[in-house]
Each structure stands twice: as C-alpha cells, then as structure tokens.
Design a protein around this ligand. Sequence first.
Ligand code: MD3
Ligand code: FE
Length: 204
Amino acid sequence: PVTLSPGLAYYPGYLDRPAQEALLRAVREATRAAPLFVPRMPRTGKAFSVRMTNCGRVGWVSDERGYRYQPIHPDTGGAWPPIPAIALRAWEELSGYPHPPDACLVNFYEAKARMGMHQDRDEEELAAPVVSLSLGATAVFRYGGLDRRDPTRSVKLRSGDAIVFGGPARLIHHGIDRLIPASSDLLPNGGRLNLTLRKVFPAL
Ligand code: MD3
Ligand code: FE
C-alpha cells in the first residue's frame, strides 16, 4: 500500500478485473432486494446527485430528518441484504479490525454526480477504519484535514482501487470532485460505484 497521509492507506489495483466483475454482480443482486434510493439533505430536502443503497445489519440513510443508520430500507421498509463476500474479505485483509463490519454503504454515481466535502461521523465506533472499494469510472477524490479549512490534495480512484481511512485520518474532510469520462468499461454510461465498509456500533 501507499501511505498518503497518517492513517490513510491506498491500495491501487487491489481487486483484479474478475474480482471487480464478481463484486459488480453481487451489488446488482443486492439492489434487487434494496433498490437505489435518493438521499436528501437534512432540513432543506435537496436531493443528492449520488444514489445509494446498503448491505449489512444497518444502513446509512439521509432525509429531511437527518443522517442516521437504520435496519430497514427507507422506501421499501425491508431489511438490507447481506454484505457481499468479496467486500467482507477486503475488510478482513485491510481493516486490521477484529470484528466484521455492520454496514456497507453503496454509492452510485452517474457521469455528472459528485459528493461535496464532508466528514463521516455518524458511526459510534470511531476506532474502526472505513474501507472503500471503487468500481467503474475513475473519480477525482479530494481529502483535507480535520479542520474544514485545512489544505486539500486529490487522488484518482480507479476501478479496483481500495483505500482505508483509520486512526488520525478517520475524521478528515473528503469528497468526490468529478468522474473522468470514458475511464472504464466496467459499468455502462460512465457510471461509478463505491462501497464503504463500516463498523457502526462498538463490539459487545
Ligand atoms: C475518509 N464516499 O460514502 S470513498 C462516503 O467515493 C464517501 O463514494 C466517497 O465519502 C465515494 O461517505 C469517498 C473514500 C472515503 C470513504 C469514507 C471515509 C473516505 C473517507 C471515511 C472517513 C474519511
Ligand atoms: Fe464520506
């Protein structure tokens, strides 16, 4: 791995093409039980450009009432499907954390989608890292520091790359500036998927 900053480990090409195809099939299967939903900003209700779903015992949702983890899909009311085996294996190999993840958030970007700079702090267990797997179009990923005004750097996340945020990097600001057109043929229409594995609740 490449250490981009303390606590931030980058694994370019972590998943080979057959593993990317297998993970994509598993995500498509999961979206049959838990369709992509449109998250909305708290208070304003403005729609995100990214669509989402989840796997695992809880999933991250956002609507007018706020951000939270919950055990059911916001539209269907059904349980989230299981976390794909390939994603669980990546967590075991990369997280260094002795318990399985509670949640796998799946972000789907169409060509023009982006994600503004934010921190991930809706998890109770901040001692666990977040493991991210990218599929499809290359994304320009931007990350800064603990203060919103700290200087930022960017790195391209390509199909098959993994990136792990733990320790001093767990609460850094980060976002997706844009996708790079025609950068992958894994997904149709220049789309991108990102899976983030998270331990939400402290282990008993
Ligand atoms: C840094 N997703 O889902 S993955 C998110 O590509 C999110 O969809 C982006 O930011 C995406 O919250 C970026 C890289 C990532 C994921 C989680 C992090 C970076 C992180 C948690 C803490 C710090
Ligand atoms: Fe995030």
